[in-house]
Design a protein around this ligand. Structure first.
Ligand SMILES: [Fe+2]
Length: 315
């Protein structure tokens, strides 16, 4: 059994959403819809968005100076909320007051970002997605003469898969997300000596069930900030549809298309209007709790299986 979940204060089931602030909700919505998210609800001060998979909404923008506010994780039962409320510095159990309802406890991570622990939020049914895959059986099954051509449009964002934070205090940040939330380590990246950890990938603890290579990644940086949000799209073809749609819309590109070495995803990253990273990815490694934490040298960490050199360094 890998390290982590057994000794943690909580055991979260899933990443629910990430919460950011932006000064202009119209501009935020234009970017998010171009990126491939669908608007769930818009109030004068909040914008809620979702992917096409069944599940609760996955992204909220609050009107305000551009910054990361925090994240939210789902727990299985109310006992977990009570445990969360007993953690030093935690808020009380309270209704979320947001779409889908449920109750929450607001925690604060070592960087001052909020981490909401939520129980009882409602799922939304999946959105219909037209079959589009590059697939011989699909093409042969179409009526004679009806050749399939997908019109230009955004990628289909299925769900939020992970988020990445830079932090001046990597050790405390990495430990907090593992020891409080019960995430388990997938890969830690070292520079020079093996105890000089400069980045780390953590995943959900679900026993024998296979989960994404990481739900949370953190790396050393001059300040605590959001590096990027990673959203799963339908497949590689869909990712390229999104690429050219966003390029034509004038969105600023960040990195990709490539295939990561760690995690193995095909990735493509963009900047939102406030220089935050938004990533489309598909085809990740999946692991269960049996997989042991690995230590990886920094020189290996940012290599791609294919694709351009990265725009950042881990040092
Ligand atoms: Fe990512």
């Amino acid at each position: 059994m890998a390290t982590g979940a057994g000794k943690s204060l909580l055991k979260v089931r899933d990443l629910l959403h990430v919460r950011v602030a932006a000064p202009d909700l119209d501009e935020a919505e234009r970017f998010l819809v171009t990126f491939g998210l669908a608007t769930v609800e818009r109030t004068p001060d909040r914008l809620y968005s979702r992917g096409t998979d069944a599940g609760p909404w996955c992204h909220v923008v609050e009107r305000g100076e551009a910054r990361l506010i925090g994240s939210a994780f789902l727990v299985d039962d109310r006992a977990q909320l009570e445990k969360a409320a007993a953690i030093a510095g935690a808020g009380a159990i309270e209704p979320t007051g947001e779409p889908g309802g449920g109750d929450r406890v607001r925690l604060t991570d070592p960087n001052g970002f909020s981490v909401d622990i939520i129980h009882g939020i409602e799922s939304l049914p999946a959105l219909p997605v037209e079959e589009h895959r590059v697939n011989t059986a699909f093409r042969r099954g179409r009526p004679d003469g009806q050749l399939y051509r997908r019109p230009p449009g955004p990628a289909h964002v299925r769900r939020l898969g992970h988020f990445v934070l830079s932090t001046p205090d990597l050790d405390r940040t990495r430990q907090w997300y593992r020891e409080v939330l019960g995430l388990i380590g997938t890969e830690d990246i070292f520079a020079g000596e093996k105890d000089n950890i400069v980045a780390s990938f953590s995943r959900l603890a679900r026993g024998e069930e296979y989960v994404d290579h990481h739900v949370f990644m953190t790396h050393k940086g001059a300040k605590a900030d959001l590096n990027h949000l990673g959203f799963e799209v339908l497949d590689a073809d869909d990712l390229f549809f999104g690429h050219y749609y966003m390029k034509d819309a004038g969105v600023r590109h960040r990195w990709g298309v490539g295939r990561h070495r760690l995690g193995s995803q095909i990735y493509n990253q963009w900047f939102d209007p406030w220089n935050r990273g938004y990533e489309h990815w598909t085809d990740t490694d999946v692991l269960n709790e049996q997989h042991e934490l690995a230590l990886v040298p920094a020189a290996e960490a940012l290599k791609s299986q294919w694709g351009d050199a990265p725009p950042v360094k881990f040092e």
